[in-house]
Design a protein around this ligand. Structure first.
Ligand code: PLP
Length: 346
């Protein structure tokens, strides 16, 4: 059984059907098509205001392009120490921005605290020509440790950022899981809290290869259009990328899929917490469970054929189990039973 990632699973049938539906007849290319227009209208409805939507194929492209629109080449982008944009994108944001730096901050459970950001900015060398200039903040929702920022925490970070003249980006690779967990409106967690640009994930939630850069400030749209083209992310048959995201956002599919994945992760988190010698590493607030496993349990699960990543958060004993729209309750039950069996004294 595979708990490595929500990337290892396939595609939601509704999204495959939307691709087949888009595969009929002809339509304009490069995002001038009806599906892309429909997606922008649907997203505007969802976010309760007019938004601009720029579909791309990967989350790394969404993050790098979004950040490049928020920072000059000499800028500094603040992020959490575990941020995907800093650790897992091979300097994509630095490359796309033409040289801006990412500046990692510590923070409990994968989250940046507004007070720590404020403290870092209080000593930043604003206006000194020798130093990188603070320009933006990026936060991940849900975080790289599977926790969710509350809207008030996001508003707190945005307030600090704004006060120091920085813009705010949200890496929402698992935005759906956060909305499902918090039960809040997408607007509350984004522009109403002060987010300028969102990387809205669909792939991990059940699309094939589709993420959207959502702009809450449409003054960035012209620049971003050129940046996306220059980055090779303006697909000629854009309707197939837009169709995936549009189907994902239709009839609450994104939330239904995320609720399912979150429910499995919650069961897994509760079950594993009862296993002797196994310690939760972060609260389970989305579709990922992080735990510290004894060597015996870790090796035992691997020998049983369970697949998951170990060595998370820079620690060899921290493992990550990820649930998806396709994870079954019995898959979770089998993992919990196996962990119990391998636990010391069992
Ligand atoms: C937090 C986060 N952001 C962004 C991404 C997007 O990555 P990719 O470029 O692989 O689609 C991922 C994927 O692992 C992620 O976990």
């Amino acid at each position: 059984l595979d708990f490595r990632s929500d990337n290892t699973v396939g595609v939601l049938p509704e999204i495959m059907a939307a691709l087949a539906a888009a595969n009929v007849g002809t339509d304009a290319s490069y995002g001038e098509d009806a599906v892309s227009a429909g997606l922008e209208a649907r997203a505007s409805e969802l976010f309760e205001r007019k938004v601009r939507v720029f579909p791309v194929a990967t989350g790394s492209a969404a993050n790098a392009l979004a950040l490049s629109a928020l920072t000059p080449p000499w800028g500094m982008v603040y992020c959490h120490r575990l941020a995907h944009a800093d650790v897992d994108e091979a300097n994509g944001p630095e490359f796309f921005s033409g040289g801006a730096k990412l500046r990692p901050l510590d923070g409990a459970d994968g989250r940046i605290a507004a007070a720590d950001l404020d403290a870092a900015l209080a000593h930043a060398p604003f206006g000194v020509v020798h130093h990188p200039q603070p320009s933006a903040v990026t936060i991940t929702q849900i975080t790289e440790l599977g926790t969710a920022y509350r809207p008030a925490e996001i508003a707190g970070i945005a307030e600090v950022a704004r006060r120091h003249g920085l813009r705010l980006h949200m890496d929402g690779a698992r935005f759906a899981n956060a909305v499902a967990f918090l039960g809040c409106r997408p607007a509350e967690m984004t522009w109403r809290a002060g987010v300028d640009v969102l990387s809205l994930g669909a792939t991990k939630g059940g699309a094939m290869a589709a993420e959207a850069i959502v702009l809450f400030d449409d003054r960035l749209a012209t620049e971003l259009a050129f940046r996306r083209k220059r980055a090779g992310q303006l697909f000629s048959k854009m309707r197939f990328v837009a169709a995936q995201i549009d189907a994902f956002l239709t009839d609450d599919l994104w939330l239904r899929a995320a609720r399912h994945a979150n429910a499995r992760a919650a069961e897994l988190g509760r079950g594993l917490a009862q296993v002797p010698g196994l310690e939760p590493f972060a609260p389970v607030e989305g579709n990922m469970v992080f735990a510290r496993l004894s060597e015996a349990v870790l090796k035992g699960l691997e020998a049983d054929g369970f697949r998951f990543f170990a060595g998370e958060a820079g620690r060899p004993d921290v493992v990550r189990f990820v649930c998806s729209f396709a994870t079954k309750p019995q898959d979770v039950a089998r993992l919990i039973q196996a962990a119990r069996r391998h636990a010391p004294g069992q």
